[in-house]
Design a binder for this molecule. Structure first.
Ligand SMILES: *Cc1c(COP(=O)(O)O)cnc(C)c1O
Length: 473
C-alpha cells in the first residue's frame, strides 16, 4: 500500500514540465507566471492530498492537466462581467440590481477617465463638497428640505440611528423588525449604532397606544421600516404615518422611515402605485426617509436620506459619514439618473421601463425570440424540441413587492433527449455569453421583460454554442 502511494505521487507531473505545455504562454499573458504556477501547485497539492488519504486509485496525468487548464481559463476571464438576465426579475440582487440608464453609464465613463469636480467648486476655485452634486436634485424629486447620500441604504439607516439616537431609545413595531437579505437586520443594526431598540405591539398588530405607552424620558425616535420582502396576510394592521408623525412631534421626537426600495414617482402600474413615494411619506409628516438608489429608483448602489434640515445637518457631523462616503463614479451615475427624473425622462431608466413594459410589447418580443430560436435550431438540424410562447410570472425583485407577481411573457424551451434542462441551464450560464434563464417543469424559460435589445442575439449565440458542443465534452 505504501509503495502504491509512492508510485502514484511519482506520477504527478513536475512543474517545469507543466510550464512547457503549449497552451501555457497564452494564459501566462493574462495571468502572469506567478499565478499560473500557483494554480498548477493548487491542483497538484489537491491530488497529493487525495492520494495520501487513499481517495485516488487511478491517476491520469491528462486529467490533472485538463483540470488545471480549466481553472486557469476561468481565472483569466473577468470575474465581474455582464450577463443576460432572462429570469424576469427586474431588480435581481444577485445580478447587480438595477441596470444604469445609458446616459448615466456614459457620465460614469467621462468622470472616471478624467479629473473632475468631485470636491471642487469651479466658481470659487476652492474646495467643494462631494454630496453637493446630488443634494439639490434629490430635494427636487422628493420635495425634501435637505438630503444626503451614503454608500447604501443599510449605511443610511446606520447613520441615521447613530446620529439621531445613539444612547437613546428608538421605538419600533414588532411587525417591522425585518431581515433584508445579506445580513441587514433591524435589531442588529440598531445594536451596532448604539441606539436602544424598544419593540412594541405584536407581529401582526401594532396600535398607536403601543407606541404611546412605550415613550420615556429616553425616547429619541419613532422608526418605521418597510417590510420589503414579506407580506402578512389575514388579520393585521400597523399605525399610519400621519398618526405616528403627530405622536412623535407632540413629544419632541424624530420620526424616521426606512422606506427600502423608495419610489420617487408613480409608475402607472396600479399594484406598485399603492405604495407611497418618498414625497408622499414626507408629506405625511415623516421627518427623515431613507431609501436605496439601486432598487426601484433605478440608479447605482447608493443610500439616500431625505428630510428636514435640522436632522440632516446632524447627520453631516457624524463620523460615520466619512466611512460611508460615496465614490465619484457612483455620484456621476446617480446625478445623471436624478436628472432624468427632473426632465420627466424616466422611460430611459431601465428598471422603470422594464417594470412598466406593456403586455403587447412583451408578447411581441417573446414571439420574436421564439422565431429566432426556431430558426437557429433548424440551422443546426435539431428538431427534437418543444417550443412555446406563454405568459410567465415576473417579479419586481430587490425585496420589493414580494406578493405581486408581474405577469410577463416568455419562451419555454425543452430539448428532448438525455440532457435535463437544469444541465442545459448550467451550460448557458457558463457559455461565452452567459445567460441566466428560469427553469420550470424541465423547461428552460426565457422571460423577455428583463432583456435588453442585444440580449436576443446573445441568447441565440449561447444556445447554439451549448447545443453544438458534443455531449460529454
Ligand atoms: C433593501 C433594503 C435595505 C438595504 O438597502 P441597501 O441599499 O441594499 O443597503 C434596508 N432596508 C429596507 C427596508 C430594504 O428594503
Amino acid at each position: 500500500m505504501k509503495d502504491g502511494i509512492k508510485e502514484l505521487l511519482q506520477k504527478i507531473p513536475a512543474m517545469d514540465k507543466l510550464l512547457e505545455l503549449p497552451w501555457v504562454p497564452d494564459l501566462e499573458n493574462e495571468l502572469g507566471r506567478t499565478a499560473v504556477k500557483a494554480l498548477f501547485s493548487d491542483v497538484m497539492n489537491e491530488i497529493r492530498t487525495a492520494i495520501r488519504t487513499g481517495n485516488t486509485r487511478a491517476l491520469n496525468a491528462q486529467q490533472i492537466i485538463d483540470e488545471a487548464k480549466k481553472r486557469m481559463i476561468s481565472r483569466a476571464h473577468p470575474s465581474l462581467r455582464s450577463v443576460t438576465n432572462a429570469t424576469g426579475v427586474v431588480i435581481h440582487t444577485n445580478l447587480g440590481r438595477s441596470c444604469l440608464a445609458r446616459e448615466a453609464a456614459e457620465q460614469v465613463r467621462n468622470v472616471a477617465l478624467s479629473y473632475n469636480t468631485l470636491e471642487y467648486s469651479l466658481e470659487a476655485g476652492a474646495r467643494g463638497h462631494r454630496n453637493a452634486h446630488v443634494e439639490w436634485l434629490l430635494c427636487q424629486v422628493t420635495g425634501a428640505e435637505a438630503a444626503l447620500v451614503v454608500n447604501n441604504n443599510a449605511g443610511a439607516v446606520l447613520l441615521v440611528l447613530a446620529a439621531l439616537a445613539r444612547g437613546k431609545e428608538v421605538v419600533v413595531s414588532r411587525g417591522e423588525l425585518v431581515e433584508i437579505g445579506g445580513s441587514f437586520r433591524i435589531p442588529d443594526i440598531m445594536a451596532f449604532s448604539g441606539a436602544k431598540m424598544v419593540e412594541v405591539g405584536t407581529t401582526n398588530q401594532t396600535h398607536l397606544w403601543d407606541f404611546e405607552r412605550a415613550l420615556t424620558e429616553e425616547s429619541a425616535m419613532l422608526l418605521k421600516v418597510h417590510p420589503s420582502n414579506f407580506a402578512i396576510k389575514g388579520y393585521h394592521g400597523m399605525v399610519d404615518r400621519a398618526a405616528l408623525a403627530k405622536l412623535a412631534h407632540d413629544h419632541g421626537l424624530v420620526f424616521v422611515e426606512d422606506l427600502g426600495s423608495g419610489m420617487l414617482v408613480k409608475t402607472g402600474v396600479p399594484v406598485l402605485d399603492a405604495e407611497p413615494t418618498v414625497r408622499d411619506c414626507l408629506k405625511l409628516g415623516v421627518d427623515v426617509v431613507t431609501f436605496s438608489g439601486d432598487k426601484m429608483l433605478g440608479g447605482p448602489q447608493i443610500g439616500c436620506v431625505a428630510g428636514s434640515s435640522i436632522f440632516i445637518d446632524k447627520l453631516r457631523k457624524n463620523p460615520f459619514i466619512r466611512a460611508l462616503r460615496v465614490d465619484k463614479m457612483t455620484l456621476a451615475a446617480f446625478e445623471t439618473t436624478l436628472r432624468l427624473y427632473i426632465k420627466g425622462d424616466e422611460s430611459s431608466i431601465p428598471t422603470l421601463s422594464m417594470v412598466k413594459k406593456s403586455n403587447e410589447q412583451m408578447k411581441k418580443d417573446a414571439q420574436k425570440l421564439a422565431r429566432r430560436i426556431k430558426n437557429m435550431l433548424s440551422s443546426i438540424n435539431r428538431n427534437n424540441y418543444e417550443l412555446s410562447v406563454e405568459n410567465v410570472d415576473d417579479a419586481v425583485g430587490g425585496g420589493a413587492f414580494p406578493e405581486t407577481p408581474l405577469i410577463g411573457w416568455g419562451v419555454k424551451l425543452r430539448i428532448k433527449g438525455r440532457e435535463s434542462s437544469v444541465s442545459l441551464a448550467e451550460k448557458l450560464r457558463r457559455s461565452s455569453f452567459p445567460v441566466v434563464a428560469g427553469i420550470q417543469e424541465n423547461k428552460l424559460i426565457f422571460h423577455v421583460r428583463t432583456l435588453h435589445a442585444d440580449d436576443y442575439e446573445k441568447i441565440i449565440f449561447a444556445l447554439r454554442e451549448v447545443l453544438t458542443v458534443k455531449e460529454g465534452s
